[in-house]
Design a protein around this ligand. Structure first.
Ligand code: CP
Length: 316
């Protein structure tokens, strides 16, 4: 987090800070409805489409008693008249206590954090990072595995453009994971993230084949969507979009504790027959986003875990 408490990436967080935020999320899961943010205003600025991230941030704020302003579509803002991102952020900073922003440009969230003194929470910047998704992913992993340590985590699909896998990889550096990167050549994990693994002693293996055997030792199978909107060559998208599809018949050798995660939305990379499989966890994962985002909003507003434990504003 930068000086003004913005959340741009989780890469710099200590293990203790990650565990602290997970404890906060657990408190909110016990009691999500409170008035602890009474009088606060949360702005959600979404320059790119979203269902889960925007709605769960807005639900998180609403359930804590804050009010929400913002937009889901930049076409209705003065950006269409030529207003710069800098001016937009400075204006919204006059009205809100925290800004949650999704933007299609890598680095936009960091830039926003440099032009305002109120905290920015990065809700996804291009192919770069998606830290609030990572908080809910970590919370989901912890809840289902009872630990974050020593796990085999298989990342499948669009590892090139997938900001969720980039964020997760960096945040897991404290917990001795072994990553298994399963992607076609066109979508393999970018070199900078493989270098990050080397520099942080994170073990990883790479595969082209996605099969029952490849995933038989997985604790977490993290599926991703091939992101059509990031391709400059649509022929390339057509070549790779249907390569990796998970179906029930591939789970015969799965470990008992395996959980299947997906940041969602999915297209066809998880067949519908998997939804009722006990290993499927992606809908609960999205629900965990509410608690993880409540924790992030409170943390950037200087509300501590102890404040939350002592909170007398609980409604239910
Ligand atoms: N996981 C995620 O970022 O979903 P949305 O694009 O719907 O917000």
């Amino acid at each position: 987090m930068s000086e003004n408490r913005s959340v741009i990436t989780l890469a710099h967080l200590t293990k203790e800070k990650i565990e602290y935020l997970l404890q906060m999320a657990a408190e909110f899961e016990k009691h999500p409805n409170r008035k602890i943010l009474d009088g606060k205003v949360v702005a959600t600025l979404f320059f790119e489409p979203s269902t889960r991230t925007r709605l769960s941030f807005e639900t998180a704020a609403n359930r804590l008693g804050a009010r929400v302003i913002g937009f889901a579509d930049p076409k209705i803002t003065s950006g269409t008249k030529g207003e710069s991102l800098k001016d937009t952020i400075k204006m919204v900073s006059n009205y809100a206590d925290v800004i949650v922003m999704r933007h299609y440009l890598e680095g936009a969230a960091r830039y926003a954090s440099e032009v305002t003194s109120i905290p920015i929470i990065n809700a996804g910047d291009g192919s770069n990072q998606h830290p609030s998704q990572t908080m809910l992913d970590l919370y989901s992993i912890y809840k289902t595995q009872k630990t974050l340590y020593n796990l085999n985590i298989h990342l499948v699909g669009d590892l090139k453009y997938g900001r969720t896998v980039h964020s997760l990889l960096m945040a897991m550096r404290h917990f001795n994971p072994t990553f298994h990167f399963i992607a076609p050549k066109e979508l393999e994990m970018p070199t900078e993230y493989k270098m990050y693994c080397h520099n942080n002693n994170i073990k990883f293996k790479e595969y082209k084949e996605f099969s029952e055997d490849t995933i038989s030792n997985a604790d977490i199978l993290y599926m991703t969507r091939v992101q059509k909107e990031r391709f400059t060559d649509l022929m390339e998208y057509e070549r790779v979009k249907d390569l990796y599809i998970l179906n029930n018949s591939m789970l015969g050798k799965a470990k008992e504790n395996l959980k299947i995660l997906h940041p969602l939305p999915r297209i066809n990379e998880i067949a519908a027959d998997v939804d009722d499989n006990p290993h499927a966890y992606y809908f609960q994962q999205a629900q965990n986003g509410l608690y993880a985002r409540q924790a992030l909003i409170c943390d950037v507003l200087n509300i501590t875990l102890q404040d939350i434990i002592n909170d007398k504003t609980i409604l239910s």
